[in-house]
Every structure is written in structure tokens, then in C-alpha cells.
Ligand binder design. Structure first.
Ligand code: G6P
Ligand code: MN
Length: 449
């Protein structure tokens, strides 16, 4: 039998705090998705070198047949690759913090992907993401870009415009997978035994059914019952406290939001007063991440760089660790669907070309798609109710105008976008916010006229 093809993967945003998790996942998936090389690409020298060294230690111990390269040079990074996994954060956590602070100063939520925070981050992400995709296309025209850079809804709208009908540019998010994992845990069924029916924009959608893959049984009514009771104190105790709070709040949303099961991010849009009241300007999410997960990851990376060892240390993996079905595996599931034409289903962002007839055509909707080597093929959704339609059209108009502002350098489009955003919603506030954000983002945004 011919030897199975071994892939070359580039990770754009290679110095990110998520890279060690992705590498570990690639190690545990080596049978299903064998690699000959992994390339870490970043624009930040110091972190990148350390991450590169960490990756070499890790792979030499657990995956010696996979070469590791780290580079700041796009040509070296993207020549001869099969996949680019893209998870960049333009401006890093420092700018996430700046977004949160500026928004709070104006009495608004500045969350990473929602409200004025999502707007500011979107304006930074678009040029950075587009530049990387252009480089991937230049050096490996047939490579698939699996993009999960945020704010994904805005980034997807921009990539749709710049790379129209391009089956190699794939926009995806892990949140629906994370929520489905919660459903499976609560139902006591295996994580991969259920599949979703869902519609919306990224971080702005609803599950309409949760189906047993084998029998077709819809768990939605059971889930609604489970979620109408508060989360027991002994559930998910090892979760990051802020995420646990989100999942606690999800119970309230589910019990109050009638028909469908909302994505957790709808808490910001449907309960903005409550969410704003819970914000502490001295300790925002960026502060928490910088002092928490990010710090832990870089301390581990530093230690491994110093000792040159992972196996046999407290950072080593057991067989069990490697089998743990970490939710990052959805990236490999998706890569396999594209590479091996499996026609598996994923929730992805694709243009609405009639699958939701009462929503704007071309809207980058997040819906179930069948995925094979020709990319995603969306499943039909049908007409949606007035409540969701109203919310989605408003949010999409905001996202579309954000992209217009960015690509055309238009101040008025940016101002209109922020005014439309449910978490701003006032013309004077939008202008004051925009002017402060322009000042803080000079290095990253195109000039707005
Ligand atoms: C989920 C979302 C991502 C988001 C992340 C934020 O995974 O799907 O889009 O970036 O949460 O997590 P953090 O720990 O940085 O707040
Ligand atoms: Mn996401």
C-alpha cells in the first residue's frame, strides 16, 4: 500500500499562547493526520524564537518524523505548505486591554468580539489577516487557510470580499464546538455522537436542534429542561472562572429565550446592562488572560527552553493526556475533511446564497456545512423567525459597515457601524468612542477620512 501522504502545516500566529495546545493536538492526531513539517510563522521575534525552541523540544521527543521551522519570513513560512492554521491577534492582549478600557470609559462593553471592542479589533485584524492570506496564496496557491482569527464574523466578511468564491479560505470558530461539548457532558453522551442544526452570524447564533448522529433523536427538549435549572456547584469546577460564569449565565438565557438554544456570546447583546454591571475596569478579560493563561504558557515555554526537556518532567504527556479529546481536534477534523473528502459536517461561516431566504443575500452566516475537498457546502436552513431576523440584520449591517470603513478608509461608515452596534447604539457615544479608538489604533488601522 502506498504510504499515506504527510502534510506540511504552517501556524500563522505561531508565537501565540495557543500554539503549545495545537502542537500537542497534532502529536495526538499523528495517525489520522500525519505531518512531515510544521512551520511557526509570526511577526514577533522574541516570543517566536522561544516558541520555536519549545516546539523543537516537543516534536523531537514526541514526533521526531515532523520537522519544525520557525520564521518571520512569509516566503520561508508558506512555500510548499498544505494548510495554514491562522490564529493571529493584531495588537496582542495589550490592544485587547486598550479596547476594553476605552469602551468602558464611554459606558459601553468592549469585549474582544462584541461591541466597540470587536469593532476596534476587527479594524486591526482585517489588514493583518488579508496580508497573510495573500502571502499563502502567493507561495502555496492550493493550500487551505483555516482561519479562526477574531473577530471572525468581521474577518469572514472581509475575506469573502477580497477572495470571493475562494474554496481555500475557510472561516471557522471553536465556540459552537465548545458549547456542543457542554451539551454532550450534560446529556452524558459521547461528544462526537451529536450534531447541531444552527444558524446565525459568528458569536451571534442559535442551536435549533441537537441530534443524535445515529438515531436522529433531537435532544433539544431535554437540554432545555437541564438548562432551566441552575448549574450545580460541583459542575465544571476546573473551568476558568470567567468561562464558568458564562456557562452559568447560559442557563438563564436558555430558560428565558424560548425556542432555541443561544450561543453564549448572545449574553452581551441580549443582557448588556447586566454584563456591563459585571465589568471591572481594573481587571478586564485581557488583564485576566495576561496574568493567567498567557503567563502560565510562556513560563512553561521558558522552562522547557532552559532544560531542553518535556518528557519525564511535569510538562510531559501521558498516553491519557494524548487521548484526551481536547476541543482543538476540530481543526484536524476539518483538515481531514478537506484533505480526504470525508463530507463530515461542521458549523462554518459561508455566504447566504439562499439557504436562509428571509436574510440578506451574501451575509456571512454560520450554519452547518458538509465539507469535502471542494470546501464547505451549506445545508438548507429555511426562513427564520422575526426576533432572530431583526437581531441578525442589525448586527450584519454593523459588520458590513465595519468592513466598508476598513477597506474604503471611510470615517462615516465607521461611525455608522458603531452607532448600529447594539452595545453602543447612540450617535454621540459612537463618535466619541471612534475618535478615542482612532487615536489608540494609529499603528494598526487604515486612515479614516
Ligand atoms: C472562545 C471563542 C474565541 C475567543 C475565545 C476567548 O474560544 O470562540 O473566539 O477568542 O473564546 O477566550 P479568552 O480566554 O481569550 O477570553
Ligand atoms: Mn470564536
Amino acid at each position: 500500500m502506498a504510504e499515506k501522504k504527510r502534510f506540511v502545516v504552517a501556524i500563522a500566529g505561531g508565537a501565540s499562547r495557543y500554539t503549545p495546545g495545537i502542537l500537542k493536538m497534532l502529536v495526538s492526531e499523528k495517525d489520522r493526520f500525519p505531518l512531515s513539517k510544521v512551520v511557526l510563522y509570526d511577526n514577533e521575534d522574541v516570543r517566536q524564537k522561544r516558541m520555536g525552541k519549545y516546539a523543537r523540544v516537543l516534536m523531537s521527543e514526541y514526533y521526531p518524523e515532523c520537522e519544525v521551522v520557525d520564521t518571520l519570513d512569509p516566503e520561508e513560512a508558506f512555500t510548499g505548505i498544505d494548510f495554514c492554521f491562522m490564529q493571529i491577534r493584531a495588537g496582542r492582549q495589550e490592544m485587547r486591554r486598550s479596547d476594553e478600557h476605552i469602551a468602558l470609559k464611554h459606558g459601553c462593553i468592549g469585549q474582544e468580539t462584541c461591541g466597540a471592542g470587536g469593532f476596534a479589533y476587527g479594524m486591526r485584524s482585517i489588514p493583518a489577516v488579508v496580508e497573510i492570506i495573500k502571502n499563502v496564496k502567493k507561495y502555496s496557491p492550493d493550500a487551505f487557510v483555516l482561519n479562526y482569527s477574531n473577530p471572525a464574523a468581521i474577518v469572514a466578511e472581509a475575506t469573502k470580499r477580497i477572495f470571493p468564491n475562494d474554496k481555500h479560505v475557510i472561516n471557522i470558530c471553536d465556540m459552537p464546538v465548545g458549547i456542543m461539548n457542554q451539551y454532550a457532558d450534560e446529556l452524558g453522551v459521547p461528544r462526537n455522537s451529536i450534531e447541531a442544526r444552527y444558524f446565525g452570524l459568528n458569536h451571534f447564533g442559535w442551536f435549533t436542534a441537537v441530534l443524535d448522529k445515529e438515531t436522529g433523536h433531537d435532544y433539544l427538549p431535554e437540554l432545555k429542561k437541564i438548562f432551566s435549572k441552575p448549574l450545580p456547584d460541583d459542575h465544571f469546577t476546573d473551568m476558568d472562572p470567567s468561562w464558568r460564569e458564562t456557562f452559568v449565565f447560559m442557563r438563564k438565557m436558555v430558560s428565558e429565550c424560548a425556542d432555541y438554544l443561544p450561543n453564549t456570546y448572545l449574553q452581551y447583546y441580549l443582557y448588556p446592562k447586566h454584563m456591563l454591571a459585571g465589568e471591572d475596569p481594573e481587571w478586564t478579560r485581557a488583564d485576566q488572560v495576561m496574568a493567567g493563561h498567557e503567563k502560565q504558557v510562556y513560563e512553561m515555554v521558558d522552562e522547557v527552553c532552559e532544560t531542553g526537556k518535556i518528557m519525564g518532567t511535569k510538562y510531559g504527556f501521558t498516553e491519557e493526556d494524548l487521548k484526551d479529546d481536547d476541543h482543538a481536534t476540530y481543526i484536524v477534523d476539518l483538515a481531514c475533511a478537506l484533505a480526504f473528502n470525508t463530507h463530515e459536517r461542521f458549523l462554518m461561516m459561508v455566504p447566504n446564497e439562499g439557504i436562509i431566504p428571509n436574510l440578506t443575500q451574501g451575509m456571512m452566516v454560520e450554519v452547518p456545512c458538509m465539507v469535502g475537498s471542494n470546501g464547505p457546502e451549506p445545508l438548507n436552513v429555511g426562513e427564520i423567525p422575526a426576533f432572530q431576523k431583526g437581531l441578525l440584520e442589525n448586527q450584519y449591517a454593523y459588520e458590513k459597515l465595519t468592513v466598508d470603513a476598513n477597506l474604503n478608509g471611510s470615517y462615516i461608515d465607521a461611525w455608522h457601524a458603531l452607532t448600529l452596534n447594539r452595545l453602543v447604539n447612540d450617535t454621540d457615544t459612537a463618535k466619541a468612542l471612534l475618535d478615542d479608538l482612532i487615536e489608540a489604533n494609529k499603528e494598526y488601522w487604515p486612515e479614516l477620512k
